[in-house]
Design a protein around this ligand. Structure first.
Ligand SMILES: [Zn+2]
Length: 297
C-alpha cells in the first residue's frame, strides 16, 4: 500500500506534512533470545544484542519504544524520531527476562538485563528511552509444548514475568498469536489448520482464535496495560489478514502488525505489514548491521 502525502487515518489523525513524512525512517530490529547455538555474535542473539546496543549508541542513534514508531505512523507528530531505532524480540521465552543456564552453552544474560548492563556502563541518560518490545505466545498449553519440544523442558516459556517486564518501563509485552500455529505443538490446529504455517489463518474463525483471543489472554495477564501490536508468526503475512481482518475487524484491538520486510519503517509503510530486520538472517555481524543502519538512516 502506497500512501501519498497528507491523508486522514481511521482514527481521525491527520498525517504529518510531506517533509516530515519523507524524513521518518526507523529501522526495526528483531531478535530471538532462544537462538543460542554458541557464545559468539553469529551464534547467539544475546551476544549480538549486547554488541548491537553499543553499536547503535556509537553511531549516534537513539533506541525508542516500538509503540512510538507506530504512533508516528498513525499521525502523532509530537515526537522527534530522527535517527531512531526500535528493538523487538519474538516468541516470549524466559530468556527475554531471566538469566538462565543453557544446557550446552552455559550462563546467558537476559535481554532485559543486557539493557540494564548497558545503562550501568554508559549511564541512564545515554539511551534514556531504551526499550524492547517482546512479542509473546499466549496459549499456556502451546508454550508448555514448545518448552518441551524446542527448548530444554525446564519450564522456560512462563508468563509470570510478563507483568514485571511491562511495569519495568523498559519492555512492552505484545501479541505473537495464540499458539504460533507451531508445528512442535502436537495438538489439532485451530479450525483444522495444518500446523507450521501462519498463511492458513485465512478466515475470521481462525483469525479471531489466533489474534483476538491471544490479545484477550495477554491483556488479562498484563492489566491494566494492553497489547496493541501484532507480530506475524514465521513472518507469514497473507492477504486475508493484512487486507481484510486487520483493517476491518474490531475484535483484535491491534494498531499495527509486523513482518520481515527488511527496510526502514516510513510513513509509506503498510500498517499491517511493517518491516523488520531479523538478527541472524538479515545481518550476522556488527559490520552487516552497521551497513544496514548506515543505509537506512
Ligand atoms: Zn515466532
Amino acid at each position: 500500500m502506497i500512501r501519498k502525502g497528507p491523508e486522514k487515518e481511521t482514527d481521525g489523525a491527520v498525517r504529518a506534512p510531506r517533509t516530515r513524512a519523507e524524513a521518518l525512517r526507523i529501522p526495526i530490529l528483531a531478535y530471538h533470545a532462544v537462538n543460542i547455538a554458541g557464545n559468539d555474535y553469529a551464534t547467539n542473539d544475546h551476544v549480538a544484542f549486547a554488541a548491537d546496543l553499543r553499536l547503535i549508541h556509537a553511531l549516534g542513534l537513539r533506541v525508542v519504544p516500538l509503540a512510538w514508531a507506530v504512533d508516528a505512523l498513525l499521525g502523532d507528530t509530537t515526537r522527534d524520531l530522527t535517527r531512531c531505532v526500535a528493538l523487538t524480540c519474538d516468541d516470549g521465552s524466559d530468556f527475554d527476562w531471566r538469566d538462565l543456564d543453557h544446557p550446552s552453552h552455559g550462563p546467558q544474560r537476559s535481554l532485559y538485563h543486557l539493557m540494564g548492563d548497558f545503562q550501568a556502563e554508559f549511564g541512564a541518560q545515554a539511551q534514556a528511552d531504551l526499550h524492547l518490545t517482546a512479542f509473546v505466545i499466549a496459549s499456556p498449553e502451546a508454550r508448555s509444548w514448545l518448552d518441551r519440544n524446542c527448548l530444554a523442558g525446564r519450564d522456560w516459556m512462563r508468563e509470570d514475568w510478563w507483568p514485571a517486564a511491562q511495569r519495568s518501563g523498559r519492555m512492552a509485552i505484545e501479541n505473537h498469536s495464540w499458539d504460533h500455529n507451531h508445528a512442535a505443538v502436537p495438538l489439532p490446529g485451530i479450525d483444522g489448520m495444518q500446523r507450521g504455517t501462519f498463511l492458513t489463518v485465512d478466515n475470521a474463525t481462525r483469525a479471531d482464535a489466533e489474534i483476538a483471543a491471544a490479545a484477550r489472554y495477554i491483556d488479562a495477564a498484563i492489566a491494566p496495560a494492553r497489547t496493541s501490536l501484532f507480530c506475524y508468526p514465521y513472518s507469514h503475512v497473507n492477504e486475508y489478514l493484512s487486507r481484510e481482518y486487520f483493517p476491518h475487524s474490531t475484535a483484535h484491538g491491534m494498531r499495527a502488525a509486523f513482518g520481515d520486510g527488511a527496510t526502514p519503517m516510513t510513513l509509506h509503510s503498510d500498517r499491517w505489514n511493517l518491516p523488520r530486520y531479523i538478527c541472524g538472517w538479515h545481518w550476522k555481524s556488527p559490520q552487516e548491521l552497521q551497513a544496514i543502519l548506515r543505509e537506512a538512516l
